[in-house]
Design a protein around this ligand. Structure first.
Ligand SMILES: [Zn+2]
Length: 152
Protein backbone atom coordinates (compact mmCIF):
# COMPACT_ATOMS: atom_id res chain seq x y z
CA UNK A 1 0.00 0.00 0.00
CA UNK A 2 2.90 2.32 0.70
CA UNK A 3 4.04 2.05 -2.89
CA UNK A 4 0.57 2.78 -4.25
CA UNK A 5 0.39 5.82 -2.03
CA UNK A 6 3.77 7.10 -3.30
CA UNK A 7 2.84 6.62 -6.95
CA UNK A 8 -0.53 8.24 -6.30
CA UNK A 9 1.12 11.24 -4.69
CA UNK A 10 3.61 11.57 -7.55
CA UNK A 11 0.80 11.62 -10.09
CA UNK A 12 -1.46 13.85 -8.02
CA UNK A 13 -4.10 11.11 -7.73
CA UNK A 14 -4.92 11.42 -11.40
CA UNK A 15 -5.03 8.48 -13.83
CA UNK A 16 -2.19 8.83 -16.36
CA UNK A 17 -4.26 7.12 -19.07
CA UNK A 18 -7.67 8.83 -18.91
CA UNK A 19 -6.59 11.98 -17.01
CA UNK A 20 -9.47 11.73 -14.54
CA UNK A 21 -9.07 11.90 -10.76
CA UNK A 22 -8.50 8.69 -8.82
CA UNK A 23 -10.07 8.32 -5.41
CA UNK A 24 -7.56 6.60 -3.09
CA UNK A 25 -10.42 5.48 -0.84
CA UNK A 26 -12.21 3.38 -3.47
CA UNK A 27 -12.27 -0.34 -2.71
CA UNK A 28 -9.33 -2.01 -4.48
CA UNK A 29 -11.57 -4.13 -6.72
CA UNK A 30 -13.66 -1.23 -8.02
CA UNK A 31 -12.83 -0.29 -11.64
CA UNK A 32 -12.49 3.33 -10.45
CA UNK A 33 -10.08 2.22 -7.74
CA UNK A 34 -6.37 2.98 -7.74
CA UNK A 35 -3.77 0.70 -9.29
CA UNK A 36 -0.17 0.95 -10.41
CA UNK A 37 0.62 0.73 -14.11
CA UNK A 38 4.09 -0.76 -14.46
CA UNK A 39 4.21 -0.84 -18.26
CA UNK A 40 7.43 1.10 -18.46
CA UNK A 41 8.43 1.42 -22.09
CA UNK A 42 11.76 0.42 -23.58
CA UNK A 43 12.67 3.98 -24.49
CA UNK A 44 11.97 5.19 -21.02
CA UNK A 45 13.88 2.34 -19.40
CA UNK A 46 16.90 3.09 -21.58
CA UNK A 47 16.77 6.79 -20.80
CA UNK A 48 16.56 6.09 -17.09
CA UNK A 49 19.72 4.01 -17.34
CA UNK A 50 21.58 6.58 -19.42
CA UNK A 51 20.84 9.77 -17.54
CA UNK A 52 20.06 8.27 -14.18
CA UNK A 53 17.15 10.67 -14.32
CA UNK A 54 14.36 10.18 -11.93
CA UNK A 55 11.73 9.46 -14.56
CA UNK A 56 8.78 7.66 -13.10
CA UNK A 57 8.71 3.98 -14.00
CA UNK A 58 5.31 3.49 -12.43
CA UNK A 59 2.20 5.51 -12.98
CA UNK A 60 -1.13 5.76 -11.27
CA UNK A 61 -4.09 4.37 -13.21
CA UNK A 62 -7.67 3.40 -12.50
CA UNK A 63 -7.99 -0.31 -12.15
CA UNK A 64 -10.41 -0.24 -15.10
CA UNK A 65 -8.00 1.72 -17.31
CA UNK A 66 -5.03 -0.42 -16.36
CA UNK A 67 -6.12 -3.52 -18.25
CA UNK A 68 -2.96 -4.24 -20.20
CA UNK A 69 -1.13 -5.99 -17.38
CA UNK A 70 2.08 -5.68 -19.34
CA UNK A 71 0.68 -7.34 -22.45
CA UNK A 72 -0.29 -4.25 -24.41
CA UNK A 73 1.24 -0.88 -24.90
CA UNK A 74 -0.60 1.78 -22.96
CA UNK A 75 -2.80 4.12 -24.97
CA UNK A 76 -3.71 7.70 -24.22
CA UNK A 77 -6.82 8.76 -26.12
CA UNK A 78 -7.65 12.03 -27.73
CA UNK A 79 -10.85 13.59 -26.38
CA UNK A 80 -13.99 13.42 -28.48
CA UNK A 81 -14.63 17.16 -28.40
CA UNK A 82 -11.57 17.94 -30.53
CA UNK A 83 -12.00 17.96 -34.29
CA UNK A 84 -8.82 16.30 -35.54
CA UNK A 85 -7.98 14.09 -38.48
CA UNK A 86 -5.18 11.54 -38.29
CA UNK A 87 -4.50 11.99 -34.58
CA UNK A 88 -1.03 10.66 -33.77
CA UNK A 89 -0.51 8.02 -31.06
CA UNK A 90 0.32 10.26 -28.14
CA UNK A 91 2.58 8.01 -26.10
CA UNK A 92 4.67 6.98 -29.12
CA UNK A 93 5.19 10.62 -30.12
CA UNK A 94 6.05 11.66 -26.57
CA UNK A 95 8.61 8.88 -26.29
CA UNK A 96 10.32 9.94 -29.49
CA UNK A 97 10.46 13.53 -28.24
CA UNK A 98 11.86 12.37 -24.91
CA UNK A 99 14.48 10.32 -26.72
CA UNK A 100 15.75 12.75 -29.31
CA UNK A 101 13.64 15.90 -29.29
CA UNK A 102 12.57 17.66 -32.46
CA UNK A 103 9.03 17.84 -33.67
CA UNK A 104 6.10 15.53 -34.20
CA UNK A 105 3.03 16.16 -36.32
CA UNK A 106 0.20 15.36 -33.94
CA UNK A 107 -2.96 16.09 -35.91
CA UNK A 108 -4.56 17.76 -38.92
CA UNK A 109 -7.44 20.12 -38.28
CA UNK A 110 -9.98 21.71 -40.64
CA UNK A 111 -9.79 25.18 -39.05
CA UNK A 112 -7.30 27.25 -37.08
CA UNK A 113 -9.72 27.29 -34.12
CA UNK A 114 -9.72 23.49 -34.03
CA UNK A 115 -5.92 23.42 -34.25
CA UNK A 116 -5.65 25.90 -31.40
CA UNK A 117 -8.07 23.90 -29.26
CA UNK A 118 -6.05 20.75 -29.94
CA UNK A 119 -2.81 22.58 -29.08
CA UNK A 120 -4.12 23.83 -25.76
CA UNK A 121 -5.40 20.40 -24.86
CA UNK A 122 -2.12 18.68 -25.83
CA UNK A 123 0.16 20.99 -23.87
CA UNK A 124 -2.04 20.74 -20.79
CA UNK A 125 -2.32 16.96 -21.10
CA UNK A 126 1.44 16.51 -21.53
CA UNK A 127 2.18 18.63 -18.48
CA UNK A 128 0.82 15.67 -16.50
CA UNK A 129 1.63 12.81 -18.86
CA UNK A 130 5.31 13.71 -19.27
CA UNK A 131 6.10 16.32 -16.60
CA UNK A 132 9.84 16.33 -17.40
CA UNK A 133 9.36 17.11 -21.09
CA UNK A 134 9.25 20.77 -22.14
CA UNK A 135 7.09 21.10 -25.23
CA UNK A 136 5.23 23.74 -27.14
CA UNK A 137 3.02 23.55 -30.19
CA UNK A 138 3.29 25.16 -33.58
CA UNK A 139 0.45 25.37 -36.07
CA UNK A 140 1.38 25.08 -39.73
CA UNK A 141 -0.93 25.51 -42.69
CA UNK A 142 -0.80 23.23 -45.65
CA UNK A 143 -3.32 22.70 -48.44
CA UNK A 144 -6.03 24.54 -46.51
CA UNK A 145 -5.52 22.42 -43.42
CA UNK A 146 -3.91 23.18 -40.10
CA UNK A 147 -1.22 20.89 -38.77
CA UNK A 148 -0.56 20.75 -35.05
CA UNK A 149 3.15 20.18 -34.41
CA UNK A 150 4.52 19.31 -31.03
CA UNK A 151 8.07 20.63 -30.56
CA UNK A 152 10.73 20.39 -27.89
ZN1 LIG B 1 -8.42 6.17 -15.77
Amino acid sequence: MGQLHDVGQADGWRCWLCDEPVDPNMPPNDPRGASIDTRITKARAKKRKQDKKNLPSERLAHKGCNTGKGANDPVVSWPDHLIVADPAPIITAVERLERKGGREIMARCPTREDAEAASVWLVDRLSRLAPGLEVHTEIATTGGQFLVNLCT
